[in-house]
Design a binder for this molecule. Structure first.
Ligand code: TYD
Ligand code: MG
Length: 448
């Protein structure tokens, strides 16, 4: 038996160290040493051993290419149509956001569809999981629950139960004796994930990991796992709303940026089939400062309300507060309005809010933000049945954006009548199109 069972490798330069140190003496970087197990050197004969057999692509059995839809439509949508056999999926999110609830619901749906499921709980007792199962009102009785944190014990159980989907809640509690570090440190998290990955590939089971994301970053976050796993989903809310958005940020088997929208209720997560209607549900149409934008969440258009409020500032420096919108984008749009349309916000506090906890990542919502800002400044409400699509440039020009037809079709479905958009976009639609080529035209066309 060698004395050291693990080594510490520098994540920067790859140098190996027999024990942990704060600084890598090879490259001089601080805090980069990560524990990893020493793999026993193989006998030289093994190196020429048979290993895996090459297979013709055409001969690969296609049952491996099937997916297991969970039946929880919004989850399936985010993973691209269901869990892929042999894949490793990471569901990241802040503690308390609802990851365990989501995955228990998936587990219940899968067993209902005849897929054998193992739910490994490293954080909660079986009684706690049972209480949650009762609460979500789904029949989860056929889910095997395993309260265990040692990863090798989990793998042997999963193998003997022939589980097709294994949920691991959470990866930060998983542990292997082969490393000295405590559960949750980078070395443990990576090694456990790597073993689960090997298990998934060899057995053809899908493994779904929960990973907590903490703001402090003390526990090794899912960031360290993103390149190991096949699919990364983030489960998030924004500013305490009951809506939860499941977002794919990496997907080897589907498209990224697909989202599923849920609402956290007293009885578990409810899929929101019609996110646009949900996000617009609280809208007060005759209030100044409210405008509707159409975002593309993956391939799906989603309508959201943008609220702006400008009020006389009480202090020397006016405040700029943006929720769901980048501060810098707001600053740019305010400057453009001031210089190109003569709307002065200099002595005003400006608050902008996107409802439903959605984030405006696309510049396609610029025109809607500009409309909301103009509306609050004039203190006149925008037409209730109008939607705004377009990117705003520094010269005040309004530019066409992609996916206009799909965005407009969604607006039409929800009863909108008018679309304000750049003149160069010529979608075919039954809605009234109002061309806006420059931000200075916007208010004239609205007032007209
Ligand atoms: P949980 O799934 O435990 O979050 P995570 O695993 O991401 O830490 O969910 C925690 C929150 O969800 C908790 O505050 C209670 C709430 N909740 C509901 O509102 N309704 C429900 O039906 C359930 C099960 C939980
Ligand atoms: Mg949990």
């Amino acid at each position: 038996m060698p004395r050291n069972r693990s080594v510490y490798r520098c994540a920067e330069c790859g140098a190996e160290h027999p024990r942990w140190a704060g600084r890598c003496d090879s490259c001089g970087e601080w805090n980069t040493l990560v524990e990893e197990p020493v793999r026993r050197a193989r006998k030289s004969g093994d190196r020429l051993g048979a290993g895996a057999e090459p297979v013709l692509l055409s001969r690969i059995a296609s049952e491996r290419l099937h997916r297991w839809p969970t039946g929880l439509a919004e989850f399936d949508f985010a993973v691209g149509g269901g869990l892929v056999p042999g894949s490793l999926v990471l569901v990241g999110g802040e503690p308390g956001i609802g990851k365990s609830t989501l995955l228990l619901q998936c587990a219940a749906r899968l067993v209902a569809g005849g897929v054998p499921v193992l739910y490994v709980s490293g954080e909660e007792s079986p009684e706690q999981v049972r209480l949650r199962a009762d609460r979500i009102g789904e029949e989860a009785g056929a889910v095997y629950l395993l309260p265990e944190v040692r990863v090798d014990a989990i793998l042997s159980r999963a193998a003997s139960l022939h589980s097709r989907v294994v949920f691991v809640d959470s990866i930060q509690t998983m542990y292997t004796d082969d490393l000295e570090g405590a559960p949750g440190n980078v070395g443990q998290v990576r090694e456990c994930a790597a073993r689960l990955m090997r298990f998934a590939k060899e057995s053809g089971a899908a493994v779904v990991l929960v990973g907590h994301v903490t703001r402090g970053g003390i526990i090794a976050g899912p960031k360290t796992l993103e390149h190991i796993v096949d699919t990364v989903l983030y489960f998030e809310d924004d500013g305490g709303s009951d809506f939860r958005i499941l977002r794919a940020v990496k997907n080897r088997f589907g498209s990224v940026d697909e989202v599923g929208v849920f609402e956290m209720t007293g009885a578990g997560l409810r899929p929101v089939e019609n996110p646009s209607a949900a996000f617009l549900s609280g809208r007060q149409t005759n209030t100044p400062g409210s405008a509707v934008a159409a975002l593309m969440e993956g391939s799906r258009p989603v309508l959201v309300e943008i609220q702006a409020l400008a009020s006389k500032t009480g202090f020397g420096t006016p405040q700029r507060v943006a929720t769901g919108l980048e501060h810098r984008r707001l600053a740019v749009l305010l400057a453009v309005l001031e210089r190109r349309a003569g709307l002065v916000f200099r002595d005003l506090d400006v608050f902008v809010n996107v409802t439903g906890g959605v984030r405006l990542i696309e510049t396609a919502s610029d025109l809607a933000v500009v409309a909301a800002l103009s509306s609050t400044l004039h203190d006149i409400a925008l037409p209730a049945d109008a939607m705004f699509v377009g990117e705003v440039g520094l010269g005040g020009e309004v530019r066409p954006v992609g996916g206009v037809e799909r965005r407009i079709a969604e607006a039409e479905r929800l009863g909108f009548r008018q679309v304000f958009l750049p003149g160069r976009s010529r979608p075919s639609t039954a809605l009234d199109l109002v061309s806006i080529n420059h931000v200075s035209e916007l208010w004239k066309r609205i007032a007209a």
